[in-house]
Design a binder for this molecule. Structure first.
Ligand code: SAM
Length: 189
């Protein structure tokens, strides 16, 4: 298959930008798959900040990443990223929606998601990526999807490239990826 599914494509973008020694954010740790992947990319000279509001998710992520010492697990909302992350980051990843095999009524919400994306953009290095995998099939999902789309569409094109990666012939609200790359700022003359 030549066209990658959304999650493998997201990982291939992370592989291109995240270097050993980088600091990165997993804004929705969940069961820890992305945190584990980012821990491998950054190496023990780097740092992964992983957020989740559910203790169950933090515990699952702790178990999945116990081999790594450079993962900081934060049981708090990603709306407070800037309180915990003060250094520059090369990437942030969001996997929106609910915790698989968890409580499906605990979902990411537009307000906190937009605050978190904004705070990650403030910390993002030139050439860095903020990636958001968006699911909209659940209750509340379409409101969040629409709010994220409205927000990213108005990001200035002089500062950011914003891309949507989506299979447009799939049924039942398939997930899609929004990727935001911070561009080199032109020097003022
Ligand atoms: N990336 C995860 C993985 O690899 O398993 C899956 C993430 S799951 C789709 C979404 C997660 O976002 C849930 O675990 C949920 O608890 C978490 N979440 C919801 N609202 C949040 C918030 N405001 N801040 C941080 N995490 C939140």
């Amino acid at each position: 298959m030549t066209l990658q599914r959304v999650l493998p494509f997201t990982k291939s973008l992370l592989e291109q930008v995240v270097q050993k020694g980088d600091a990165v954010v997993d804004a929705t740790a969940g069961n820890g798959h992305d945190t584990h992947f980012l821990a491998g990319l950054t190496g023990d000279s780097g740092k992964v900040y992983a957020f989740d509001i559910q203790q169950q998710a933090i515990e699952a992520t702790r178990q999945r990443t116990e081999a790594f010492r450079h993962v900081e697990l934060i049981c708090d909302s990603h709306a407070k990223i800037s309180q915990y992350v003060t250094e520059s980051i090369s990437a942030a990843v969001f996997n929106l929606g609910y915790l698989p095999k968890g409580d499906h009524t605990i979902i990411t919400k537009a307000d906190s998601t937009l605050q978190a994306i904004g705070q990650c953009l403030e910390r993002l290095k030139t050439g860095g990526l903020v990636l958001a995998v968006i699911y909209s099939g659940h209750d509340g999902g379409s409101e969040e999807r629409d709010a994220v789309m409205d927000y990213v569409k108005q990001l200035p094109q002089t500062r950011y490239d914003v891309m949507k990666y989506e299979f447009i012939n799939q049924q039942h609200s398939p997930p899609f990826l929004i990727a935001i790359e911070k561009k080199q700022q032109r020097q003022k003359k």
